[in-house]
Design a protein around this ligand. Structure first.
Ligand code: COA
Length: 305
């Protein structure tokens, strides 16, 4: 449990393992200053190994998710101060390297403005849900820089080429609904449902085996730029990693998942995870037997001749 209070970020840890990390500079539309980045780097590092946190949701206080880098504090005030600039830049990697391969699931919940450098953590979170009316913008072209810090690369990987070029070069805004159509976020919902829908996704993820989820999300990330052969080896190794991590909690996801489906007929993998996937605590018999188990019981045994 994190006890420390931060000046630019609020951390709210719920009992169910969901931790809300809320950017808290609403008067500056949650623009990211060097202090903000230093706090976020510390928070995300601590939460990654904090046993009370199973999943992290990132969002913004007020009308904005994040207005990108703080033009005054991150850019102008660090000019001519290479060490300060380098520190701010290193701390800002919580949004990219750290989030990209984070060991716990992350969701960005885009509640309003998502501008420039904010694209990085919106995209690098594993999942993203936006309000229909959120406003996205690559504003860099309008104030005199290119979308750096890997933003150009990320939108090129994610968007259709035409959309990437269009929005980067015009700086036109697009809504949460349009962001969903372009694949920038998973889906958008009316603002009044944003929290509820984000929590629904978070709770669904928390029902899964965390070791399987972690290996799966790393596999989706890491294989993107691997050769076929390297990806095959990586995926084999990730499968073995699940076994090792599960063994450490006295569990075997693979054997349990098959046993509960084939022998106990306790669940259907198409509709839900096996019983005990989340905490590794399985009962002798899985859950409520599924219909085919009940049918089997009803079939009278054949009489011996
Ligand atoms: N950097 C520094 N300060 C910022 C900021 C940013 N990226 N975004 C907003 N702010 C500050 C404003 O300067 C203003 O501060 P002030 O009260 O001291 O004057 C305050 O936040 C509120 O901004 P304002 O423009 O009055 O709010 P708005 O709701 O009318 O508009 C935006 C919101 C996000 C559309 C507008 O602030 C904007 O265009 N911001 C720039 C975003 C940007 O280009 N970011 C890219 C960085 S890579």
């Amino acid at each position: 449990m994190l006890k420390k209070k931060y000046s630019c970020v609020k951390v709210d840890q719920q009992k169910d393992g969901i931790t809300w990390v809320t950017f808290n500079r609403p008067e500056k539309r949650n623009a990211m200053s060097p202090t903000f980045h230093a706090e976020m780097m510390e928070i995300m590092t601590l939460l990654e190994t904090d046993s009370d946190t199973k999943l992290v949701i990132l969002t913004g206080e007020g009308v904005s998710y994040s207005a990108g880098q703080d033009l005054k504090e991150y850019f102008r005030e660090t000019d001519g101060k290479p060490e300060v600039k380098a520190k701010a830049s290193a701390d800002s990697r919580w949004r990219s390297e750290k989030l990209w391969m984070y060991s716990k699931p992350t969701i960005s919940m885009v509640n309003g403005f998502c501008i420039g450098g904010a694209f990085t953590h919106c995209i690098c979170a594993d999942f993203s849900v936006a309000s229909d009316d959120a406003i996205f913008c690559l504003s860099e072209v309008n104030w005199g820089i290119l979308p750096g810090g890997m933003v150009s690369k990320m939108v090129t990987d994610l968007f259709r080429q035409r959309d990437a070029m269009f929005y980067a070069c015009t700086g036109r805004t697009f809504t949460g609904k349009e962001a969903a159509n372009m694949g920038m976020v998973n889906y958008s919902v009316p603002k009044k449902n944003l929290r509820k829908e984000t929590l629904k996704l978070a709770k669904e993820l928390l029902e899964k085996n965390p070791n399987v989820l972690r290996a799966t999300k790393h596999a989706i990330r890491a294989t993107q730029d691997m050769s076929w052969r390297a990806a095959a080896d990586y995926l084999n190794a990730k499968g073995a990693e699940i076994k090792i991590r599960d063994a450490a909690r006295g569990h075997d996801a693979y054997a349990e998942g098959i046993r509960q489906f084939i022998d106990e007929k306790a669940y259907r993998p198409v509709f839900s995870p096996y019983v005990g996937a989340a905490d590794g605590k399985t009962t002798e018999k899985g859950g409520k037997p599924r219909a085919s188990a009940a049918r089997k019981k009803k079939t009278p045994a054949k009489k011996k001749k």
